[in-house]
Design a protein around this ligand. Structure first.
Ligand SMILES: [Zn+2]
Length: 83
């Protein structure tokens, strides 16, 4: 049988779940935003310091096998067909 109390409890539970879901979604969005901002900062830092190039920023010249920075796909070596 339905009673007002049962309905109120049900509504309270639904609201609690809904608010909880909303809060989790908001926290996740906030975390994603922070992670994205951090990633962009790291990228900026790396761009600002071109001398500190890590392995993941390097790409191999397909012709002569020399590792060159990713933003410069040509190795620039004399005699290399790509450079
Ligand atoms: Zn090359």
């Amino acid at each position: 049988m339905f009673s007002l109390t049962k309905i109120l409890v049900l509504v309270a539970i639904v609201l609690a779940v809904w608010y909880g879901f909303k809060m989790v979604t908001r926290l996740q969005k906030e975390r994603d935003r922070l992670a994205r901002e951090r990633g962009e900062e790291l990228k900026r830092d790396r761009k600002g310091q071109p001398r500190r190039v890590t392995a993941e920023d390097m790409t191999q010249c397909a012709v002569c096998g020399v590792y060159v920075p990713q933003d410069a796909p040509k190795c620039g070596k004399p005699g290399c067909p790509q450079g």
